[in-house]
Ligand binder design. Structure first.
Ligand code: PLP
Length: 428
């Protein structure tokens, strides 16, 4: 609540998220059941590794000025390259990929890539294939002329693509796609896609000579011991890899709880990456944020500390996820209707039957204003989505909070009669 108080602006409409209006309505209630519980945005506002924060004080003078390289601060680029190489197990493909730092958030890097594609002939093939429900790729791609084609993973109840569902989807396409988006550690389902599904999507791109955008925002949430599927590795392992047009973005903000630093890795074929950073990114940004880049470099150089931090985070997420699943099951929510992990800090909750005739926004508003539990649409977007963007009857709960807080959120929803299959105790 303290973090929140400093983040809420007064005097101007703080943003266009409905959440802020719901939050204010809840806070204005004299009989509210406690503090608001924010499980909408995937944000923690805390738990940044202490060593990472401490490293901010160690920045050399030069870090405060513009930097020279559009690939990022050399010290960070170098350690990040090794980190990407090792965590994606792509050391055998040296020469086929290069890594740059993004200091503008990876969303803007995606936009730059889409612009590069548009200028490289993809204007004539504007269909972008995305597994839905999805993060708001449309918000980046549509303004640049792309049209979205969604492979709806909710339709067969599996909530993740399979090789068969990709093939069936591909055979129903009436035009060749120009772009295929992969998000194998998937927001919002938290599902880790199978190697076969990733291969099928890469093969679809290769068959149509479509470009590939890999979004690895949640790659670090998977346990390396379980060898998470690396879309980058699957691309590089293909015999025709050098003919493929691809870019992988990997936010560092999620795994290290520093979204506000806007740091990430951009990985791609060396010539493409060179054009992207030196032509497209240079159009709108200079190399700034040297202090943040320097701190991130120092942090990543201590690989054992990084691994230990991620091990602890992953273990904590397992407990948080279990807490939510158990609490919902205890409240009578059918367990097969709860979609969860292991890769990613989200759980999808079914909307109760009684609320299915209205919009998901109505249900979310009820949860926020009556129970003080703010969640988000399974398919968040800042404008109405096109037909095809359905995402089933689910909403997304961010689970990056203490287990007791998550349990309280479930209890409050139950009390207010807002859980599918759950009975209200009438206090809501
Ligand atoms: C799936 C996905 N991709 C990309 C991003 C952008 O991450 P960043 O701003 O840290 O680069 C997010 C952030 O919410 C995300 O959830």
């Amino acid at each position: 609540m303290n973090a929140l108080a400093t983040l809420l602006e007064t005097g101007v409409r703080p943003n266009r998220l409905p959440d802020t209006a719901w939050l204010e309505a809840f806070l204005a209630r004299p009989d509210r059941p406690g503090e608001p519980i924010l499980l909408g945005l995937g944000e923690v506002w805390g738990r940044t590794p202490a060593a990472l924060v401490d490293a901010l004080g160690a920045a050399p003078d030069a870090a405060h000025g513009y930097q020279l390289s559009m690939y990022g601060l050399p010290r960070l680029r170098s350690v990040l390259r090794g980190y990407i190489r090792d965590t994606h197990r792509i050391g055998t493909f040296e020469g086929a990929f290069e890594v740059a730092v993004s200091w503008t958030g990876t969303r803007l890097a995606m936009r730059d890539y889409a612009e590069l594609l548009r200028d490289s002939g993809y204007r004539d093939r504007p269909l972008a294939v995305v597994a839905g429900p999805s993060w708001d790729y449309a918000g980046v791609l549509e303004p640049l002329g792309f049209r979205m084609a969604y492979l709806d993973v909710s339709r067969d109840g599996r909530w993740e693509p399979t090789a068969a569902s990709v093939d069936a989807f591909a055979s129903g396409l009436s035009e060749s796609p120009g772009l295929v988006v992969l998000n194998a550690q998937h927001n919002p389902t938290g599902r880790s896609w199978s190697r076969e599904a990733v291969r099928a999507l890469v093969a679809l791109a290769a068959e149509h000579r479509a470009a590939i955008l890999v979004d690895d925002a949640y790659y670090g949430f998977d346990d390396p011991g379980e060898e998470p599927v690396s879309s980058v590795r699957e691309i590089l392992a293909r015999p025709d890899a050098q003919d493929l047009t691809w870019l992988a973005v990997r936010s560092l903000g999620k795994q290290f709880n520093c979204n506000g630093w806007a740091l990430g890795a951009l990985t791609g074929p060396p010539p493409l990456l060179d054009t992207l950073v030196n032509r497209y990114r240079a159009r709108h940004s200079f190399n700034t944020g040297g202090v943040l880049q320097d701190a991130m470099a120092r942090w990543l150089e201590d690989r054992p500390a990084v691994e230990e931090y991620l091990r602890t985070e992953r273990a904590a997420y397992r407990v948080r996820r279990r807490t939510v699943i158990d609490r919902l099951a205890g409240a009578g929510v059918p367990s097969d209707a709860v979609i969860s992990g292991p890769a990613g800090p989200y759980v999808l909750l079914p909307v109760p039957d009684a609320f299915r005739s209205g919009s998901r926004a109505d249900y979310l508003e009820r949860c926020a204003v009556r129970a003080g539990v703010l969640m988000s649409d399974a398919w968040p977007a800042d404008r109405p989505l096109r037909p095809g963007a359905r995402g089933g009857h689910h909403v997304r709960m961010f689970i990056g909070r203490e287990p007791a807080t998550l349990a309280e959120a479930c209890d409050r929803l139950r009390s207010a009669g807002l859980l599918a299959g759950g009975d209200s105790d009438g206090r809501g």
